[in-house]
Design a protein around this ligand. Structure first.
Ligand SMILES: NC(=O)C1=CN([C@@H]2O[C@H](COP(=O)(O)OP(=O)(O)OC[C@H]3O[C@@H](n4cnc5c(N)ncnc54)[C@H](O)[C@@H]3O)[C@@H](O)[C@H]2O)C=CC1
Ligand SMILES: O=C(O)CCC(=O)C(=O)O
Length: 628
């Protein structure tokens, strides 16, 4: 049985309403332009929602237009650039199915024909209204004999076509739904790539945010192996709008949530989600991952990834990406600011001022020049702090578990003990790995100099809080800044509880070391791009738990992505299957880590479904997907 596709033009095949564009051309320079354009838009929407008769709406709109034949060529040029993105992507579909695709529109043939024939749609498969012109080329009306100039016209055209097969209507308006309502179509797809009309969507059999959705539903090969709108993205903790926008523009279905979620909530919410975006608060535990039935990637919109069970994610074939440098500078600037504030007792003095007390004295206030800054954890933040601190006169010492290049004049120390005994100011920049729990506790505070300044902008659990509190109270620590806490509120609405509240010369901040507009914008750009590269090409550059592979763009081939446990012989098995199915390998890329193997194979276009089944069935396969 043949499948016929009836496609609407305005706001479906093109991203715009052609009449709106025509109005902006024909009314150019006329005093009534703004008012006429607004009324045309209003009439279009009323017509699309079925709230006024179509013929009335068309008549009134044409009258407002002041259009001439000479306005058509520029209109056509503009419309050519406005073909809907997913239609542009799927030109192959229009060529292959030319015999069964019809465009039926209440717009006008004069501009529709040049646009849709370019896509490969046959001229005699275009049904639309026709303009009438006077001798001077002015538009004076439309052919009223044409059924498409009145309500129910689309149904009438289809009835006359008498198509023998299943009929699928793709459109954004009420008049498209009417074809189904008249019993003339098997399915009505509400096409929402350009506009979403609530009333129309409610009546649709299926919502199609892109043409791929329709093609996928009908098992027709499309530009993407899987419609992007079926990829559900869950973004928690107020990810920057740039990030949300990028993922939406890619065609994914994005759900946002302003706060973090606890384990139970996330374990429920994660079902059906393909991409999860979090910041530092949300714990992605193995329990959450057990329920993650469709998860492909996690984006940590921050630096730290200790909140994610990276090993469990890896074992389930879920790639994790973060933004390793996007907020580094912001943390460093806060550390520098706090070092100066604490060394000068500004925080306590400011509190006194707000209470009406004037305490002008130099006692206990010092310059930072020449003071010894001890950095624990000389990674990206520690090293950047080292450079900036040195440039304003601090004498830098550092300790790291790993061998790190000393920048500038910084002095590397061989033990934590040595660093604690040396520094006047200690700033903690270790990562949040579990082994770092209470890396600074009572014993470590004891080793510090009396009157030390202590700063923790890394993770809350790396410092023993009761020990910190008693050392501030005793005066051993003269000034302290803490930005991160073992327990942090899930959202801005939840209360903040900590033993550190109310202590002298202690700056508490709500985990905002990386919260600058610049950093959040950087992160909002960086992480979605890594995720999209992974989804679209398989590239894992910058993944924190997957073998890093940078792949070439896929050209005229299928890309098969196989993630498996790293046991001997898997590659041999994969390649035996290609040989058995006489598949030509265009390129193969492999990388492993301790736990998993990541193999990408580009093959010629043709392959059988059996090959895919057999590849999936190889023992120790974790995940498999096809890209084209
Ligand atoms: N407060 C905030 O808003 C922010 C906090 N952070 C935290 O800062 C941490 C550090 O960030 P980066 O410097 O970019 O990470 P990084 O991974 O580049 O550096 C961490 C360094 O700490 C070292 N290290 C780990 N444990 C250690 C230990 N026990 N003793 C000595 N050295 C140790 C590592 O070898 C590494 O060189 C992040 O993991 C994150 O938890 C990051 C950004 C913003
Ligand atoms: O801004 C955030 O949510 C987290 C910042 C942070 O701690 C990080 O980048 O690791």
């Amino acid at each position: 049985m043949d499948k016929y596709f009836i496609i609407d033009f305005d706001s479906t095949l093109t991203r715009v309403e052609a009449m709106d564009l025509l109005a902006s051309i024909s009314l150019q320079g006329l005093p009534q332009k703004a008012a006429a354009e607004a009324r045309i838009k209003e009439l279009t929407d009323l017509g699309m929602n079925g709230e006024i008769s179509f013929r009335d709406s068309l008549k009134e709109r044409l009258l407002l237009l002041e259009a001439k034949e000479s306005h058509l060529p520029p209109l056509i040029e503009l419309l050519k650039k406005q073909v809907s993105i997913s239609f542009q992507r799927n030109k192959e579909f229009f060529k292959q199915y030319a015999e069964t695709i019809f465009v039926i529109s209440n717009g006008f043939k004069e501009y529709i024909t040049p646009i849709v024939t370019e896509l490969g749609i046959k001229e005699d498969h275009i049904y639309a209204n026709e303009l009438l012109f006077d001798d001077n080329g002015k538009v004076i009306g439309f052919s009223e004999d044409n059924p498409l100039s009145k309500d129910g016209g689309k149904a009438e055209v289809i009835r006359k076509l008498d198509l023998d097969g299943d009929i699928y209507v793709i459109g954004d308006g009420h008049n498209d739904y009417e074809i189904k309502a008249a019993g003339l179509a098997n399915k009505f797809y509400a096409f929402t790539e350009n506009v979403s009309r609530e009333k129309v969507m409610k009546k649709a059999d299926h919502i199609a945010p892109s043409l791929e959705e329709v093609l996928f539903e009908n098992k027709i090969m499309s530009a993407f192996s899987y419609p992007k709108n079926r990829i559900k993205v869950l973004l928690l903790e107020n990810v920057h709008p740039i990030g949300v926008d990028l993922l939406e523009k890619e065609g994914f279905t994005v759900e946002e949530y302003p706060a973090g979620l606890d384990e139970e909530e996330l374990a429920e919410k994660i079902k059906g989600v393909s991409i999860l975006g979090i910041r530092s608060k949300t714990q992605v535990t193995s329990k959450v991952l057990e329920n993650a039935d469709r998860l492909m990637a996690i984006g940590a919109f921050c630096i730290g990834t200790n909140q994610i069970d990276l090993e469990a994610a890896q074992e389930r074939g879920v790639a994790v990406f973060n933004a390793p440098f996007s907020n580094t500078r912001s943390v460093v600037e806060l550390a520098i600011g706090e070092i100066i504030m604490l060394t000068r007792n500004i925080f306590d003095k400011a509190v006194l001022m707000h209470q009406g007390n004037w305490d002008k004295s130099a006692s206990g206030s010092k310059e930072i020049r020449g003071k010894k800054l001890g950095i624990i954890g000389y990674g990206n933040i520690g090293a950047q702090l080292s450079v900036v601190a040195e440039s304003i006169g601090l004498d830098v010492y550092y300790y790291d578990l790993e061998e790190k290049l000393a920048l500038g004049n910084a002095t590397k120390l061989d033990s934590l003990k040595e660093l604690l005994q040396t520094a006047d100011i200690i700033s903690l920049h270790v990562d949040g790995r579990p082994e770092n729990k209470n890396v600074i506790g009572e014993a470590e505070f004891k080793l510090m100099k009396d009157g030390v300044i202590f700063i923790n902008l890394s993770r809350g659990h790396v410092v023993d809080i009761p020990a910190l509190k008693s050392n501030i109270e005793s005066g051993k620590i003269k000034g302290c800044a803490v930005d991160v806490f073992p327990e942090e509120p899930k959202s801005n609405k939840d209360p903040f509880e900590s033993e550190l509240k109310g202590l002298p010369n202690t700056i508490l901040s709500p985990h905002i070391g990386g919260s600058t507009e610049e950093a959040q914008e950087n992160i909002g750009n960086f992480v979605p791009n890594r995720i999209m590269e992974y989804i679209n090409t398989g590239t894992t550059t910058n993944s924190v738990n997957f073998p890093n592979l940078t792949l070439p763009r896929l050209q005229n081939a299928h890309r098969l992505i196989h993630i498996h446990k790293n046991v001997p012989g898997i590659i041999a098995k994969i390649n035996q299957l290609f040989a058995k199915h006489e598949i030509n390998i265009a390129g193969q890329y492999l990388k492993t880590n301790e736990k998993i193997g990541y193999v990408i194979t580009d093959i010629d276009k043709a392959y059988s479904k059996d090959l895919i089944k057999e590849l999936r069935a190889i023992d120790h396969t974790i995940k498999f997907r096809v890209l084209y």
